[in-house]
Design a protein around this ligand. Sequence first.
Ligand code: GLY
Ligand code: MN
Ligand code: MN
Length: 437
Amino acid sequence: MLNETYFSGRRKALLERLDDNSAAIIFAGSEQTRSNDTEYHFRQDSYFHYLTGYNEPDAALLLIKKQNNSQVILFNRDKDKLMEIWHGRRLGQEQALKCFELDQALSIMTLEAELPQLINGCDSLYSLMGKCQAHDKLLANTLTTLRGGTRQGLSRLGKHQDLSIILDDMRLFKQSTEIEVMRHAATISCDAHTIAMQRAKAGKYEYQLEADILHHFAQNGARFAAYNTIVGGGDNACILHYTENESVLNDGDLVLIDAGCELHGYAADITRTFPVNGVFSTEQKAIYNLVLKAQLAAINLIKPSGTIKEANDEVVKIITQGLLELGVISGELDKLIEDEAHKDFYMHGLSHWLGLDVHDVGDYFNKERTRVLEPGMTLTVEPGIYISPDSDVDEKWRGIGVRIEDNLLVTVDGNEVLTSGVVKSVDEIEALMASNN
Ligand code: GLY
Ligand code: MN
Ligand code: MN
C-alpha cells in the first residue's frame, strides 16, 4: 500500500542520502490553464508525489538534516472557505500535521520569508534545479538573502546541489510496494487492450477505440491514462506519437494502439498492433512476426548484468536481417548494419525506464544506454517497424506500421513481463478477434 508509512519511509531514505548539515526542497506542481479561467485536471509533480503522496498544488516539502537531527516541513495552501466552496477542499496546516509525519506544517505564503531562517547554518541546499523558473528564482533570492544577511546572523550557503542526482536514482529502483501498483496498472491496461481488440471493426473511429480503453481504465480504478493514447489505423501507425485519433478504421488495415493507465501515479505503457478485420494479410504478418521475433529476443536479454544497448543491438540485427530476407531492403547484411539501414524503418529507442513518469527518470549513462541492468529496475521493450506510405520500397509494404511494447521488471533471475496479460502472437490475436465475431 502506498500509504503514509511508505511515503515517510521515502523521506527517511532521502534524508540518509543527503550530506550532513544540508537541506533539500521539493516543490509540488501547479495548476495549468486550459482555457480562460479553467484548468487542466491537476496532476501532481512526480518527485513531490514520490515523497509525500499529497495531491494538492502549490506546496513544498523541506527536509533539513542538521547534526543527526532531521526535520520535515511541509508548506501548503491555507484553508480558505470561499476557495473551498468554489474549487475544492484544502488540507490546510492543522490537518496536514495529522495526516503526515511532519515536524511542522506552514503556509506556502510564508515560504520565501521563512526559508532563509530555516536553512540558515546549513552547508548546502539541494533542489531540482532548472525544472521551474519561478522556483529557481525563489531559491536564488534565498541564497542572496543568506549571503547578504551576515550582520543579521545569517550565513552563506556553501553549495547548491542538484537533487535529481539522488532522487532519480532512488526512483529508478522500485520498492515492492511500487511494483505491486505497477503490476496492477499493467493488468488493467492489458485488459483494456484486449477489449480494444475485441471491439475493433471497420467503420469505427480511432477515438472510439480510445474511448473503449479509457472507459475500462476508469471502471477499474485508474481514472486517467498515463499519457495521451495512440490509436493509429493504417498509415497513421507510422507516426510514432500520433494522438489525433480522428480517422476511421479501414478494412484491411492494421491498427496500432499505444495505451497505458496511470494508477496511484504509476504508468503502464503497452503497444499492440492488430488487423482491423481480425486477419493479418501476408505482408502484415511478415512484418509483425519480424517485430515480434526482435521483441522476444530483446526480452531474453533484459536481466541483471545485461544492458539496453545489448538488447537493442540484437534487435537491430534481427530487423535488418529480416527486412533483407523479405526483400524490403537490399544489400549486404554487415554493410547495412554498419550503415544503420534500419533507421529508415526503426527510428526510435528500444526501451526507457518506466515508473511515476511514463518516460521515467534515471540515468542511462549515455545515448547508447550501456547502464548495467539491476533488479528492481522497470522498463519497456518496444521495437517497431514503420514503413511510411512514401517509402522507397515495393508498394505492397507501404503503410505498414507495427510496434509491440511490453513492460518489464528486472529480477534477480532475469525479468518479469508485467504486461503478459494481453495476447501478442498472430495466432492468439486472430483467435481472440475471431471469437468475438
Ligand atoms: N507511449 C510512449 C512510449 O511508448 O514511449
Ligand atoms: Mn508506448
Ligand atoms: Mn514506451
